[in-house]
Design a binder for this molecule. Structure first.
Ligand code: AMP
Ligand code: MG
Length: 398
């Protein structure tokens, strides 16, 4: 059995770069950018007018002029114009190019326009107002977004502005999620008194969605020959297998033996932690990674949050999670010599501190408790009592 720290290291050492693919811009949301986004022009690309009104030469106003004959009207989309007479103005619209000879814009709200003459009705005019100067946001050639960024609407907007109709993003591993267990029926079936519906597969598939991973789901009965035959096939077809159940000490827990019989190298089995102790992790000769999670719903979920997602982020080239700490609100006693991943409800106090209230539930089978908690707090091995007020890392899953 290995420690949580060792398990984390082994998992991260087995990060895999699944390569790069190009996707249409809007489809790239939620994916990891695998190219830099470079400004193909200055941002903004010209002196951009930011108010509807008139463009004038500021010096004329500064010398006391308040009435400006209108030379012409310039709209957004017109090529760069020119203010010919420095005592005149041009009417100009938001988004237009500031004409040569003008340097400020006065908005309609501060004007009266009559008989082709604009009269300024305010004394609060400043040099260079209402013009968004060329190149002030970003210079041409500058890197605006770096590779490795999770693509949010902001990045999509930048990509569109620099003319990228497609983006290079990290390719996602082809994934199968496999439940095991003779007691399990599907969500739409009516279980017999000795059966339960399989929830792990749905929870796991749903938790992959934010990463835009579409996993295929399979179910295997507790029969070693069937398991070996099917897993052999799935190992060929997929980059990763996420199994749930069948990895403990029970008479029908065939998964570790079946995987080893198929040549999958065990990288670890069992972590000094609760929940999730029976987690099995290995690598097939073709490189397929196997995350064989315990069957208990809280255990499989916790192992996914604590190990699988850090692995996935590292594989996709995304920065590691920033793991916050929270302040324990109530003391917790936990005597087994294991790291305790205690379910907690998270709240915030007036000083902006993150508070964690234990909601321990009834153990690793209590899947309903996951809806009352927000995070797992990692309480280190080697201690029995954790006092209120202590701070420990939390793995937030909401
Ligand atoms: P196992 O690791 O196969 O011994 O399973 C441990 C416990 O988790 C048993 O009570 C199983 O019925 C339960 N379990 C296993 N897989 C699932 C699943 N997909 N959904 C809900 N419970 C499960
Ligand atoms: Mg089972």
């Amino acid at each position: 059995m290995i420690s949580v720290k060792e398990a984390t290291e082994i998992i991260l050492q087995h990060s895999v770069d699944y390569g790069v693919e190009e996707v249409p811009l809007v489809e790239a949301i939620g994916r990891i950018l695998r190219e830099d986004l470079i400004a193909d022009r200055d941002f903004p690309p010209y002196d951009r007018v930011t108010m509807d009104g008139i463009a004038i030469k500021y010096a004329s106003y500064a010398q006391g002029q308040r009435q400006f004959p209108i030379e012409k009207v310039i709209a957004a989309g017109d090529p760069e114009g020119e203010l010919k007479e420095q005592n005149n103005c041009v009417e100009i619209m938001t988004g237009a190019v500031l004409p040569k000879g003008a340097d400020i814009v006065i908005r309609y709200e501060d004007l009266e326009i009559k008989d082709g003459v604009a009269t300024v009705t305010t004394e609060a005019i400043k040099a260079s107002q209402n013009v968004h100067r060329k190149g002030t946001d970003r210079p041409v050639g500058g890197r605006i977004v770096s590779e490795g960024q999770l693509i949010s609407p902001g990045e999509v907007g930048v990509a569109a502005t620099v003319g990228k109709a497609k983006l290079r993003v990290a390719k996602l591993p082809k994934t199968a999620i496999i439940s095991t267990g003779d007691e399990l029926v599907d969500v739409f079936e009516q279980p017999l008194p000795h059966q339960i519906r399989r929830s792990n597969v749905y929870r796991l598939r749903a938790s992959l969605k934010p990463y835009h991973m579409e996993a295929d789901a399979y179910h295997l009965i507790d029969d070693q020959a069937v398991i070996e035959q099917k897993l052999g096939q799935l190992l060929e077809e997929y980059d990763i297998l996420m199994l749930s159940g069948g990895v403990s000490k029970g008479k029908f827990d065939f998964i570790p033996a079946a995987l080893e019989a198929l040549g999958v190298k065990k990288l670890f089995h069992k972590i000094k932690q609760r929940p999730g102790k029976p987690f099995w992790f290995g690598k097939a000769p073709n490189g397929t990674l196997v995350f064989a999670l315990p069957g208990n719903p809280v255990s499989s979920f916790m192992c996914t949050q604590r190990y699988f997602f850090p692995w996935l982020r590292s594989s996709l080239g995304l920065d590691p999670f920033k793991i916050p700490t929270a302040r324990l609100e109530k003391s917790v006693t936990f005597t087994p010599d294991l790291t305790y991943l205690c379910q907690v409800a998270v709240s915030y106090d007036q000083e902006g501190r993150v508070l964690a209230t234990p909601v321990e539930g009834h153990g690793s089978g209590d899947l309903a408790n996951l809806v009352d908690a927000d995070a797992f707090m990692e309480l280190p091995q080697g201690r029995d009592v954790f006092e209120a007020g202590e701070c420990h890392p939390i793995f937030f899953y909401r």
